[in-house]
Design a protein around this ligand. Structure first.
Ligand code: NAP
Ligand code: MG
Length: 499
């Protein structure tokens, strides 16, 4: 363990600097898209009806892997947001707050089951609209979204048990704003607990990935939820701001960038609105010399390259114990060279398309800054498709703690590597960030895991695994990664008042 094999050593002697990979060719295995048809145009889902936007304006959502327009989507202005909040208030006062908790459960179970039946459709549309590999949307996003609805269906009529026998009251209308990296999953994380706790919602998906939230609205309509319990308004940042600032909203739940989160915190301050913020991250994935290295390599790869690094808790800083740094980097580069970058709908694809031109520009800018600051770059040499937005899996070594690539969230398939000698140095380096969302620890020693987990300032610490989620487990940040938790018993408290 921790050593190069005989074959690797021989190869290093004979062909130094050569990275082996791409040994296997795969026949294309694209997921079918002929079993559904998207609408040409999607309106706003307000009060249980599909309403034309009062703004009269629409925007296109494209597939980032082909740049083809998938559909036109309504852009909600202040008046549309006002109508959606009014509908949510009406639904709250008239039906949802008066409904027996066990009936709320039934609706949530119904949504979960309906989503299960349409899992394939949701996975394909998620990959089309956002660019993530079908393997991810099929095996991670959609099953987790379903699990969140099932889990919260179970809580709806047992809330007193969650709060040690104290009774709870719902808050009213929840304004929920989500980003583009997990469009359906974030919608589930927001809608399921809000409804379970007796609130109604107005949700705004991200401009580049509105489609699965709109399909969810169709599914909610099929599930016969009382009109106005869930409202979906599409648009860009201005629509989100209008929703946050609406005076009749009781609770704001935001997932997105730290910059926008700060703006929202300022807007909400002093209004009496409840707020939870799930923001950015710069997680450290810490590998000790006694770790199972091949397993760690898979965790590092999955933690930053699957999903194009579009993950708030991505293990974007690799902290390696100095004594194994060379071996680990060699293994990492070899494994990176086998990653398949390309068509998100192909079942073989590991790394899909970057979500938007804007995000690609941001990645390129930070990578250029890393090179300028003197870090050593290794990017997988692979043929990237001509159309669409792509970036090859990349790792930097010789990164200094003060460099931009070690401090700023890149939100792309780019890993920055630092080394350490002692557990204390690892902790200090890992915590030396404005963020605190997640971390990973790889070691053979259970005691070291507990020691590290107690000292790392991160909402989630994974041990000998990475990026594992479960609806029973609360997720959220420290410091500039936000506050409040989503999931688990703790996540419910964001949507109730304990009396
Ligand atoms: P973003 O720019 O902050 O956008 C997030 C959402 O807020 C989008 O729906 C966006 O609309 C909307 N928005 C933009 N400006 C707004 C404003 N002034 N007022 C209200 N809403 C506004 O973030 P992003 O670039 O889409 O997403 C990536 C970020 O999300 C990363 O920093 C990532 O770490 C974070 N994230 C965190 C978690 C977590 O759980 N902690 C999970 C996922 C992602 P438009 O997109 O239409 O402009
Ligand atoms: Mg799109």
């Amino acid at each position: 363990m921790g050593k190069l094999s005989k074959i690797e050593k021989k190869r290093d002697r004979e062909k130094p600097g050569i990275v082996f990979g791409n040994q296997w060719d795969y026949a294309p295995a694209p997921e079918a898209t002929d079993f559904f048809k998207l609408n040409k145009r999607y309106e706003l889902f307000i009060g249980g009806k599909w309403q034309k936007p009062r703004s009269k304006s629409y925007f296109a959502t494209i597939s980032p892997s082909t740049e083809a327009v998938l559909a036109e989507v309504a852009e909600a202005d202040d008046n549309d947001v006002d109508a959606a909040v009014l509908a949510a208030r009406h639904a709250y006062d008239r039906y949802w707050s008066r409904l027996a908790p066990s009936d709320r459960s039934k609706y949530l179970f119904r949504i979960a089951r309906a989503l299960q039946e349409k899992a394939r459709l949701f996975a394909v549309v998620e990959s089309l609209d956002g660019g993530k590999p079908i393997k991810e949307s099929r095996d991670v996003d959609v099953p987790l979204a379903i699990a969140h609805f099932f889990y919260h269906a179970g809580w709806a009529d047992k809330l007193e048990l969650a709060f040690h026998g104290r009774s709870v009251r719902s808050l009213g209308v929840a304004a929920q704003i989500i980003p583009w990296n997990f469009p359906l999953l974030m919608a589930a994380w927001k809608i399921a607990p809000a409804l379970a706790c007796g609130n109604t919602v107005v949700l705004k998906p991200a401009e580049t990935t509105p489609l699965t939230a709109l399909l969810l609205a169709e599914l909610i309509e099929e599930c016969d939820l009382p009109p106005g319990v869930v409202n979906i308004v599409t648009g860009a940042g201005k629509t989100g701001a209008a929703l946050v600032n609406h005076p009749d909203v009781n609770k704001v739940a935001f997932t997105g960038s730290t910059d926008v989160g700060k703006r929202i915190a300022r807007a909400v301050a002093g209004t009496g609105k409840r707020l939870t913020l799930e923001l950015g991250g710069k997680a450290a994935n810490i590998v000790f010399a006694d770790a199972p290295l091949d397993q760690a390599i898979e965790g590092i790869i999955g933690g930053i390259f699957f999903n194009q690094g579009h993950v708030c808790c991505a293990g974007s800083r690799l902290l390696v114990e100095e004594s194994i740094a060379n071996v680990l980097m060699r293994k990492l580069r070899d494994r990176m060279a086998t990653l398949r970058v390309g068509d998100p709908l192909d079942k073989n694809t590991d790394v899909g398309a970057i979500n938007s031109q804007m995000q690609l520009d941001k990645i390129r800018e930070l990578v250029a800054a890393g090179e300028k600051e003197g870090a050593e770059r290794f990017s997988v040499s692979c043929q990237l498709p001509k159309k669409g937005f792509w970036f090859p899996p990349t790792v930097f070594t010789n990164v200094s703690l003060s460099s931009r690539i070690a401090r700023e969230e890149i939100f792309g398939p780019v890993l920055s590597t630092l080394t350490f000698r002692t557990p204390d140095e690892a902790i200090e380096k890992a915590n030396n960030t404005a963020y605190g969302l997640s971390a990973g620890v790889w070691t053979d020693k259970g005691s070291k895991i507990f020691h590290m987990a107690g000292k790392l300032k991160a909402g989630v610490v994974w041990a000998n695994t990475y990026n594992k989620f479960d609806p029973t487990s609360p997720f959220g940040g420290y410091k500039e990664s936000g506050f409040g938790r989503e999931g688990g018993r703790q996540g419910l408290s964001a949507y109730v008042e304990v009396v």
